[in-house]
Design a protein around this ligand. Structure first.
Ligand SMILES: Nc1ncnc2c1ncn2[C@@H]1O[C@H](COP(=O)(O)OP(=O)(O)OP(=O)(O)O)[C@@H](O)[C@H]1O
Ligand SMILES: [Mg+2]
Length: 317
């Protein structure tokens, strides 16, 4: 049985915006699944539907085999959600928050104590125990919020942009925590992010979405494989030169997808070897000065840009 199964989900908001346009995806039990997409792609809309805050216009969703509409209670009991805005009471200490949470879930006292101890030691939170949550940094607050949400022993944990706005140390601490949640508690993690390196570092499976629909789903390695050998990289002395060449080439080769990345331009083609010769010849004929031209193995970032179809002349830094 899959952890989450989403089939053909459509969501139209009252103002007429169709945020989800028939998205389908599958999340396996015990994996870290990242949903990646640009602003407005529909990530939060989907997470809000999966956690039953919002109702979709159509489509079916199963959480651990239970339909979230006909078996809502069962589905709800197995999940926890950490939204972007923290839910932990910042005037209480972590311990007080955890005790409150255990009462909310009607956990027996001994079991709650046990769970609290496990979570605190697993995530090394001893030093954050007694003071009000208010007194810690944003990154620590977020980790405490996640630990709190694990009190109810959820089988699936939803995290909407867990590391947005964090410095690199806090992000690394957060990544470590997420891997521990998967490895030591066997919890399935569903997270959304804009950060490619985060999805690459963390995910067992990632799904790239665009305009309310999935574009591709697979392991980070498989996604790279998809466009292997397809990218031609031309390096220039500076950004102005890459920009001007990109414009010129785009004018004569409307069939190619061309992207500027600082002083480089990336050209995508199914026949990169053939294009290598043709474009090389064109550069010489046009007397365009460049530093180098090569066929490169695409970085995950290139896969992302390509699949989310950034306009050819849009700049990426
Ligand atoms: N409550 C709402 N009412 C109307 N439209 C909405 C509402 N919430 C989101 N939208 C629209 O739905 C689309 C998808 O938004 P959503 O917040 O799901 O995207 P997102 O991928 O989470 O973006 P971000 O990366 O900025 O968080 C956007 O066009 C957004 O403006
Ligand atoms: Mg969002």
């Amino acid at each position: 049985m899959e952890a989450i199964q989403v089939e053909n989900v459509v969501k139209s908001y009252k103002n007429g915006v169709e945020a989800l346009k028939g998205i389908s995806l599958t999340v396996k039990k015990g994996e870290i699944f990242s949903l990646l997409g640009q602003n407005g792609a529909g990530k939060s809309t989907l997470i809000n539907i999966l956690t039953t805050y919002l109702k979709p216009t159509s489509g079916t969703i199963k959480i651990l085999g239970n339909d979230i509409y006909t078996e809502t209670d069962k589905a709800r009991r197995s999940i926890a959600c950490v939204a972007q805005k923290i839910s932990i009471d910042t005037y209480l200490s972590l311990k007080e928050n955890m005790i409150f949470q255990s009462r909310l879930y009607k956990m027996p006292k001994a079991e709650a104590e046990e769970r609290m101890k496990t979570l605190i030691s697993c995530f090394s939170l001893e030093k954050y125990l007694d003071y009000p949550v208010l007194s810690y940094s944003g990154g620590v607050k977020r980790r405490l919020d996640i630990a709190l949400n694990l009190m109810s022993k959820p089988q699936i944990l939803f995290l909407d942009e867990p590391t947005v706005g964090m410095d690199i140390q806090s992000r690394i601490a957060m990544w470590k925590m997420m891997k521990k949640i998967r490895d030591e508690f066997g919890t399935t993690i569903f997270l959304t992010t804009h950060y490619l390196e985060e999805a690459d570092e963390l995910s067992d499976t990632m799904c790239i979405m665009r305009g309310g629909k999935e574009v591709v789903q697979g392991t980070p390695a498989r996604l790279r494989e998809l466009i292997k050998q397809d990218t031609l990289c031309i390096r220039f002395a500076n950004k102005n030169e890459s920009k001007s060449c990109c414009m010129e080439l785009s004018n004569v080769r409307k069939d190619l997808k061309i992207i500027i990345s600082n002083e480089k331009i990336l050209v995508y083609s199914k026949q990169s070897r053939e294009e290598f010769k043709t474009i090389n010849k064109w550069l010489f004929e046009k007397k365009i000065e460049f530093e180098g031209i090569e066929i490169v193995k695409p970085a995950l970032e290139d896969v992302f840009l390509r699949l989310t179809e950034v306009n050819g002349l849009e700049e990426i830094s």
